[in-house]
Write a new protein. Structure first.
Length: 287
């Protein structure tokens, strides 16, 4: 039986009830259809005309192995998903999710999870087994989605991946990013896509056995480590950019030290102790 994650197919639409409304994700591939979503992209990210993406670019991507999905609630345009076709020697053809975003008033509702489910359905039909994307490791709601709910892993840390880009999500720090690998044929991913993700309390209990990694010069001997995430770094960096950059450099050094020796980021941990602490869990064995 093919897993649909609750979606019903209606032509090129995937639809399902969502918070008392009808959620529709539509596969688009023409300039007139995609153009309004480029306006929405600028609105969501707070970008000026220099940051605008011409509608013909995602149109081309949608024709040559990528995807463009318009996201609507009761036919109101509320978000978009823009996926590029990608290739590397290790993985061959796969998808790279370049953009996923939603209007401010519709964030934190679970739309990201539903958009990823729709992408997984369509990727499976296209024979795609791997999806990658980048995200800022200090954007913790994204971390919770990418690891706990989607089952992604990270083996690659990109330093200043995009350079200065402006907009409301640019805190003035180098644009360091995790490169998420989402392997759709893994049971870890399929289980979580179905909604059977672990409770945060369970993950934190599991992570307690992993020591906190603090010194990048230290040779790792354990099979798992936690790396602490500086609290509210993006907000604090706007007030004190140099202090923010210093904390970012320290975090980067710890993560890269472990990644270089074969660890990968497998989970995000948010402890409820006072004061609350957040960590990434890195494990030696494949997830």
């Amino acid at each position: 039986m093919i897993e649909t994650y609750g979606f019903e197919r209606q032509g090129r639409d995937l639809v399902k009830p969502f918070h008392g409304r009808m959620l529709t994700l539509t596969r688009l591939d023409t300039v007139p259809e995609i153009e309004p979503y480029m306006d929405l992209y600028q609105e969501i990210w707070g970008l000026d005309e220099r940051g605008r993406i011409p509608a013909h670019e995602p149109t081309v991507a949608a024709r040559v192995g990528g995807l463009f999905l318009g996201v609507e609630l009761d036919r109101e345009k509320v978000g978009l998903v823009y996926v590029l076709p990608a290739y590397d020697p290790e993985n061959g053809y796969h998808h790279h999710s370049n953009i996923m975003g939603f209007k401010a008033e519709y964030q934190k509702m679970g739309l990201g999870m539903e958009a990823k489910r729709a992408h997984a359905l369509l990727a499976g039909e296209m024979g795609v087994k791997l999806v990658t994307w980048t995200f800022d490791p200090f954007m913790l709601p994204n971390a919770n989605l990418n690891f706990r709910k989607l089952g992604g892993i990270v083996r690659t840390y990109l330093e200043d991946a995009y350079g200065p880009y402006g907009g409301r999500f640019d805190p003035g720090l180098p644009t360091d990013r995790f490169l998420v690998e989402w392997r759709l044929d893994r049971e870890r991913v399929q289980t979580r896509l179905r909604g059977d993700w672990p409770l945060m309390e369970e993950l934190c209990q599991r992570g307690q056995a992993a020591p906190v990694f603090r010194d990048p010069a230290e040779e790792p001997t354990a099979s798992a480590y936690r790396v602490e995430v500086p609290a509210n770094l993006l907000e604090r960096a706007q007030q004190d950019p140099e202090a923010g950059r210093e904390e970012q450099r320290a975090f980067r050094s710890r993560i890269q030290s472990l990644l270089r020796t074969g660890f990968r980021v497998t989970e995000f941990l948010r402890e409820t102790s006072r004061p609350a602490s957040t960590y990434y869990l890195l494990e030696k064995s494949p997830a």
